[in-house]
Design a protein around this ligand. Structure first.
Ligand code: ZN
Ligand code: ZN
Length: 232
């Protein structure tokens, strides 16, 4: 769903919303694609834990899932506090698009992508909704994405179920940063969640179309990834 133009950014923002998946399509600059891409083995994805720590098993599954699906090296950064600049007092939560700006600046010199990982509630503007809670937000073909575990627990069957949902959201958002838009294939990890975390429960793998797109962009995806969750 398109929600309007961002005046500040020359990149596109894509978000996986609780209520809806939102596109904030900006005047498309080529900033994201113009820079020279490093060799595949040097494309390090960094995970930046933000705020209160998540369970170790959650962090471990997010890391493993990113490695499995992208075939890229994934490294952890030391946990930092959520930045005050992203705090939204009226709803007592954190603005995801501001977290993306914060994460962009925290990217190590050898980094390729950075994923912010938090248990805190995050939100962004979605159409007429000024402050809308989200599962995650990403810069399309950009550097940063951020995900929150909070909504993964909603009506989950337990900790493991919520953890798997979180890892699927991580792959979805990293997929956006690698240039993938939402996918019409039912059950694809890049499927538009249309506002429901439950959508992740029918997801399993990236579909052949999404895989082909990434291959075309030069990514060497594992042909048969060892998918770390059961088939729905
Ligand atoms: Zn999305
Ligand atoms: Zn797909």
């Amino acid at each position: 769903m398109k929600t309007g133009q961002s005046k500040r950014s020359s990149r596109s923002l894509v978000s996986m919303m609780l209520g809806a998946l939102v596109f904030l399509l900006a005047s498309l600059g080529s900033r994201g694609d113009a820079r020279a891409e490093p060799a595949l083995q040097k494309r390090i994805i960094y995970i930046q834990p933000l705020g209160e720590p998540l369970p170790k098993a959650d962090v471990a599954l997010v890391k493993r899932s990113l490695e499995i699906f992208t075939g890229l090296p994934v490294k952890m950064l030391a946990r930092v506090k959520l930045p005050k600049m992203a705090w939204y007092p009226p709803r007592r939560r954190w603005r995801a698009e501001k977290l993306l700006r914060f994460l962009d600046k925290r990217m190590p010199a050898d980094g390729f992508r950075i994923l912010g990982l938090t248990a805190a509630d995050i939100s962004t503007t979605n159409g007429t909704y000024k402050d809308w809670g989200v599962l995650g937000l990403a810069n399309l073909a950009g550097t940063a994405c951020v995900i929150s575990s909070l909504r993964c627990h909603r009506r989950s069957r337990g900790k493991r179920h919520a953890r798997i949902r979180l890892a699927k959201v991580a792959v979805h958002e990293i997929g956006h940063t690698l240039g993938l838009d939402h996918c019409p294939t039912r059950g694809c990890l890049l499927e538009d969640a249309r506002g429901k975390v439950k959508t992740t429960d029918r997801e399993y793998d990236m579909c052949s179309r999404c895989r082909a797109k990434l291959k075309k962009r030069g990514y060497n995806l594992p042909a048969k990834p060892k998918i770390p969750w059961p088939k729905p």
